[in-house]
Design a protein around this ligand. Sequence first.
Ligand code: 2BA
Length: 109
Amino acid sequence: MKLLIAIVQDKDAHLLGDEFAQANIRATRLSTTGGFLRAGNTTFLIGIEEERVDEALDIIKENCQSREQMTIPPVHIDSMLDSAIATPVSVRVGGATVFVLPVDSFLRF
Ligand code: 2BA
């Protein structure tokens, strides 16, 4: 058994959840916040048999798009004093960031 931790954009989370349900893949959704953009994203915890990991990864790949997002980069107080009005920059936020972890044991009571 493996645990997939998949961080996806909120815009993709609804469809992805539906696709998991349809494929009979059990998942838990957590509302999370990206450390860099400090914007909401969604983290799925998916406990899955080893032989179905590729199937789950394919579903994630197919349903999560990469998008450009504008953000104001973090500014140090020194440079703020110097002048700058922070300029928004564009970052490409991934389709999905996925960790695949081994599971020692899986219990349901
Ligand atoms: P955020 O931390 O809000 O990052 C959003 C996007 O900002 C990232 O997209 C990346 O394009 C950019 N970014 C992040 N940190 C940066 C930095 N120090 N300098 C320049 N650009 C930076 P993704 O890489 O696709 O990440 C999307 C979300 O996945 C992240 O949201 C975070 O919540 C999660 N994530 C990504 N890598 C992670 C990791 N190694 N560990 C834990 N969570 C991660």
